[in-house]
Design a protein around this ligand. Structure first.
Ligand SMILES: CCCCCCCCCCCCC/C=C/C(=O)SCCNC(=O)CCNC(=O)[C@H](O)C(C)(C)COP(=O)(O)OP(=O)(O)OC[C@H]1O[C@@H](n2cnc3c(N)ncnc32)[C@H](O)[C@@H]1OP(=O)(O)O
Length: 308
């Protein structure tokens, strides 16, 4: 293993992240829902109108479970830095996302975030950092959700001090990487188009990384044009699962796991394939135009609806 100077994993592991708060309004929940394609095909879609409009007032709006991933936004105002780890922010890619949901989100609110380092791995050509964020409703102190976000830092590996590549995890299994896609026909398939402006809309939910909007930055990062946020693709896939498996009920979702396998260009068509394994929905999302799988994982649900 090549040794890189100045980065001490132990120092990084002892780093304490500041606690942060994230305040959102109904407007933010609606903007997020539109950003992940809700009601884009049908503005009066029975399953999705509730995320963007409610006849009795905004406080009755429902919030998509993947909105949880935004809570940690405030925790990284200057990028995903660890003491001593040098990397080119333009080469960062989102690798995986894991979300556990403990209660439905109110249409507006304020959450208190506690962030910690959940994993740090030297992959030689890349460093992988995993951040865990526990989000508590500020008023009640109740735990709302937990996010584990994996970032893949291209060019930042090679810091191991021994022949064994450095690897640390504070949890047992790397769930997203172990998902096996069944060989059988999917139980359900959902096709949805992203818009050419999808990333420009999604970024308004708080991730302003120019990789998703600036053609020059995208080129430096190795792409022919700006790419879609991974969390936007995940939002499309989970919305498809809520529609096809949960009969439109977002509160049936218990946890979400996803690994980003390949970039998506805004404007491409996403085909989400789903398989049922008891209370687990195994899924993969493909880009139709390139016939490539871009995301895979599974979603655990509390129960199945009787009509399935
Ligand atoms: C300021 C923003 C604040 C936001 C805060 C919100 C919360 C935090 C969320 C984080 C948000 C980050 C910013 C967002 C960025 C994006 O959205 S980028 C767009 C979405 N992501 C992608 O498009 C990435 C798609 N995937 C790929 O391009 C490739 O999979 C890869 C990541 C480049 C890896 O491919 P490759 O180099 O070919 O890897 P391999 O040789 O196959 O494997 C090497 C080892 O790495 C492990 N690995 C591979 N892929 C991943 C992955 N996706 N996640 C985690 N780990 C991965 C793999 O297992 C190998 O390990 P070993 O098996 O041990 O060798």
């Amino acid at each position: 293993m090549a040794e890189s100077s100045g980065f001490d994993p132990q120092l990084a592991l002892s780093h304490k992240f500041p606690e942060t708060t994230y305040t959102y309004t109904e407007r933010d929940s609606v903007l997020y829902a539109l950003g992940v394609g809700a009601c884009a095909r049908d503005a009066v879609d029975d399953d999705e109108l509730k995320y963007v409009y409610h006849a009795n007032g905004e406080q009755f709006l429902q919030v998509l479970p993947t909105f949880a991933a935004l809570f940690s936004l405030a925790s990284f105002p200057n990028g995903f830095n660890l003491p001593g780890l040098e990397y080119d922010q333009r080469l960062l890619l989102h690798g995986q996302q894991y979300i556990e949901l403990y209660r439905p989100f109110p249409s507006s609110g304020c959450v208190h975030n506690k962030v910690s380092l959940a994993g740090l791995h030297d992959k030689g050509k890349a460093a992988i950092i995993e951040y865990e964020t526990k989000s508590y409703e500020k008023e009640s102190g109740q735990l709302l959700c937990m996010n584990r976000s994996t970032v893949f830092l291209r060019g930042a590996g090679g810091f191991s001090k021994s022949s064994q590549p450095y690897s640390y995890s504070n949890y047992q299994t790397d769930k997203a990487s172990t998902v096996k896609i069944p060989k059988t026909h999917p139980f359900a398939v959902f096709e949805d188009s992203t818009q050419p402006s999808q990333a420009l809309l999604y970024r308004l939910s708080g991730d302003y990384n120019p990789l998703h909007s600036d053609p020059m930055v995208a080129k430096i990062a190795g792409f022919s044009r700006p790419i879609l946020h991974g969390l936007c693709t995940l939002g499309f896939a989970v919305r498809a699962i809520i529609k096809c498996i949960c009969k439109g009920d977002p509160n049936l979702i218990k946890s979400i796991t996803g690994r980003f396998l390949l970039h998506v260009y805004p404007g491409e068509t996403l085909i989400t394939e789903m398989w049922l394994d008891d209370l687990r929905v195994i899924y993969q999302a493909k880009v139709k135009e390139r016939n490539r799988t871009v995301l895979s994982g599974y979603v655990d649900v509390h129960r199945l609806t009787s009509s399935l």
